[in-house]
Design a protein around this ligand. Structure first.
Ligand code: HEC
Ligand code: HEC
Ligand code: HEC
Ligand code: HEC
Ligand code: HEC
Ligand code: HEC
Length: 415
């Protein structure tokens, strides 16, 4: 140890230096990949990002396939150039003022109806909207725009695939670096004329402290990403507001006109499904109510007559979609559990257009089963739970939750 200064560099010190460089490189490399990765996930041009903006800013005037206040946007990317669309959407007024013929023509065609400007949209925002419109344009035309369960025409697997690809590449690189490290080490020892130290078997290295630290870091990132990713998916179905063929307002019917939910969803009391009312239920009133509050409302009422006359069902798009492996029964909750519709569906009577209020996740079901006291005392349904009744009467327990009756057992909710 004491004569180190004069002695030629010891191979392990040399290798240690190399190793330090290699680990620095590894850290730097992983960080840059992560940075790149998060940047692409969060600021990318994706149909998902576009869908949010589309819903928030465009659906009041545009649909993909139908003319609303503005033109249908199906295949707009083939009709117009991207540069034109960027300028139009950001500031259509300025584009017209510049004398652009296309811009003036469409404005005249739509009776000089002015579309608002979206000055604070970035190019990526607009490109995202356009990519969403493109995906929707390619969906079959008779499917209502934001279509079937979970499939908004948007592939939600994209981020995960990317993630796995990146992880795969990282693993390969780590492995290569480890190999390089061994080779360099051997070269260094040979060059300095030292005997080769005993090789540690590969399996031991996989169990070394450093390897374990590496695994942990990888696990934390993976977990973090998966949580964000699934939270994003969750966010997508919560607040889900698909476009409907007729603009039916719960606020107007269940709120202002005070029509009871069960008048239209009578199944909720008696059966598994609440059900959507048939056209004939609408006709009970609309034979007499011919006019809406607005021109558009009256046109929508016309659509009821058209469906009725042609003996066709109105193709409502389902808002709530539990996966097939889950069993959920309305009457069990509404009639037996005496839970108000609003506990699960939110303030429906104030919703101009209905949307998914709760997450419908497994955690949501189970939390309520743990927390809600069931109306146990005088409810015939529960007479079979004799032990619970005994305990309840004797004061051993002061509340009964669905959990105590087995409401968190897997097979209660899963087929
Ligand atoms: C208040 C109603 C309104 C809103 C909101 C609105 N638009 Fe428009 N949009 C129109 C009208 C009306 C036209 C037809 C041209 C005109 O009259 O100015 C139009 C035209 C367009 C066109 C040209 C279509 C074609 O065939 O060339 C595009 C593209 C467009 N809008 C995209 C959007 C996007 C994207 C959004 C959301 C960010 C949006 N609009 C929001 C009313 C609206
Ligand atoms: C006049 C008839 C009528 C009344 C009254 C009514 N609804 Fe509806 N409801 C409908 C129709 C039609 C739909 C399908 C169209 C839509 O989703 O907007 C619907 C859809 C729904 C949905 C979404 C279904 C899905 O697709 O997943 C829920 C939840 C709902 N109603 C709850 C309620 C509640 C709660 C009340 C009482 C506060 C109520 N409704 C009152 C007619 C009615
Ligand atoms: C119990 C009576 C009743 C039933 C059942 C009923 N409606 Fe209505 N509906 C009304 C009333 C009242 C109005 C409000 C008219 C007004 O305020 O101008 C209305 C208005 C409307 C409007 C126009 C909204 C607007 O913005 O002006 C539409 C669209 C509509 N109803 C669709 C339906 C559909 C679809 C069904 C069947 C699922 C249905 N209604 C069932 C009573 C009913
Ligand atoms: C304990 C929570 C809960 C309560 C209470 C509840 N719902 Fe639901 N509702 C759901 C869930 C979960 C779904 C999705 C079911 C599916 O996809 O299979 C749903 C779906 C619906 C649908 C879509 C059609 C169907 O039956 O799948 C309608 C309409 C509806 N509910 C109306 C009502 C009305 C009206 C009430 C009150 C009388 C009510 N719900 C009470 C949780 C609830
Ligand atoms: C707002 C509270 C609440 C939510 C949310 C809720 N439940 Fe329940 N659930 C109850 C109550 C209270 C009961 C007890 C009523 C009874 O015994 O039938 C119950 C009973 C049940 C039962 C019958 C269990 C048995 O003992 O036979 C099933 C199955 C069930 N729920 C499934 C679900 C599923 C699936 C979801 C989510 C999609 C869900 N519940 C969401 C409150 C809730
Ligand atoms: C109270 C009802 C309820 C109970 C009890 C319940 N689940 Fe679930 N489970 C659900 C619902 C609802 C979903 C669908 C969640 C979604 O789509 O986000 C689900 C989804 C799942 C999934 C699929 C997850 C996915 O990503 O699609 C698995 C696996 C699962 N449950 C396993 C279990 C196991 C194991 C148990 C018992 C320990 C259990 N569940 C108990 C309601 C329940």
């Amino acid at each position: 140890m004491h004569s180190q200064k004069e002695a030629p560099m010891r191979p392990d010190v040399f290798v240690w230096g190399l190793k330090k460089n290699i680990s620095r490189f590894c850290v730097f490399f992983s960080l840059s990949i992560l940075l790149f990765f998060s940047a692409t996930v969060f600021a990318e041009v994706t149909p998902e990002n576009g869908q949010k903006l589309w819903k928030q800013y465009c659906t009041s005037c545009h649909a993909i396939n139908n003319k609303l206040i503005g033109p249908p946007l199906k295949d707009v990317d083939t009709r117009r150039s991207e540069a034109w669309l960027l300028s139009w959407i950001r500031n259509n007024h300025a584009l017209r003022a510049s004398g652009d013929k296309q811009a003036i023509d469409i404005w005249l065609e739509y009776n000089k109806n002015e579309m608002p400007a979206f000055l604070n949209f970035t190019d990526d925002d607009i490109k995202s909207i356009l990519s969403f419109v493109k995906v929707q344009s390619e969906a079959p035309a008779n499917q209502p725009a934001t279509g079937a369960p979970g499939a908004d025409g948007v592939t939600s697997t994209q981020p995960s695939l990317l993630l796995y690809a990146v992880v795969g590449i990282l693993v390969v690189i780590t492995f290569l670096l480890m190999r390089t490290n061994t080779v360099l080490k051997r070269l260094a020892y040979e060059k300095l004329g030292h005997p080769l130290p005993e090789e540690r078997p590969f399996i031991n290295r996989l169990k070394s402290r450093r390897a374990i630290i590496l695994y942990s870091i990888a696990a934390v990132f993976l977990l973090g990403f998966t949580i964000t990713d699934s939270a994003m998916r969750l966010g997508r179905s919560k607040n889900y507001t698909p476009e409907q063929p007729i603009h039916f307002s719960h606020e107007l019917h269940a709120g202002i006109n005070q029509i009871n939910c069960l008048y239209c969803h009578s199944g909720a009391e008696k059966s598994k499904v609440a059900g959507i009312p048939p056209v004939s239920t609408c006709m009970n009133c609309h034979r007499g109510v011919l006019e809406g509050e607005s021109e558009a409302g009256t046109q929508d009422i016309q659509k009821i007559f058209a469906a009725y006359d042609n003996n066709k069902a109105i193709q409502w798009t389902k808002v709530h979609n539990l996966p097939d492996h889950v069993y959920f029964n309305h009457s069990q909750h509404v009639t037996v559990g005496k839970i108000a519709c609003q506990t699960c569906h939110g303030p429906v009577e104030t919703m101009e257009q209905i949307y998914q209020f709760s997450s419908l996740s497994m955690g949501w079901c189970i939390n309520c089963h743990r927390q809600t006291d069931v109306q146990f005392a005088d409810n015939d349904y529960y007479t079979m739970y004799t032990k619970l009744h005994k305990d309840f009467k004797e004061g051993k327990i002061d509340r009964v939750t669905e959990e105590m009756m087995g409401g968190t057992e897997c097979q209660k909710c899963h087929y």
